[in-house]
Design a protein around this ligand. Structure first.
Ligand code: SF4
Length: 117
């Protein structure tokens, strides 16, 4: 899950963790880390290593915007779709035009934060 620098700073401040303890950077984009045992996000409270194991987000109140908008994601045509990999996608309404705008704005913000921008 990509996150903004502001979200990384907030998560660090509120959890007391160093930013590199819960995220890593690839091509200037910061992403949440997965736990090596559960293979889920490091903030997911679960003891199962199953790919779709149930769990609770330990930072729910301050979860990044990309988590708040999931399972809506952008496709290659920059249109919001429901992520095929989400096991609960059938419980969600089809994405709205507003969701496309929200996701495009978030993507723009994350790309703009790259050091070479
Ligand atoms: S909602 Fe919480 S547990 Fe899920 S990816 Fe986001 S931060 Fe991690």
């Amino acid at each position: 899950m990509p996150i903004t620098q502001t979200e990384a700073a907030r998560l660090s401040r509120r959890t007391g963790l160093a930013i590199d303890d819960f995220s890593w950077q690839s091509k200037g984009i910061r992403m949440l880390l997965n736990d090596t045992t559960t293979r889920a996000c490091v903030f997911l409270l679960t003891s199962s290593a199953e790919p779709h194991a149930e769990g609770m987000c330990s930072v729910y109140e301050i979860r990044p915007k990309g988590c708040q908008t999931y399972p809506y994601v952008l496709n290659d045509e920059d249109t919001a779709i429901l992520d095929e990999g989400c096991p609960h996608k059938d419980k969600f309404d089809p994405p709205s035009q507003e969701m496309t705008s929200t996701l495009l704005n978030l993507e723009e913000q994350i790309l703009h934060e790259r050091p070479d921008e």
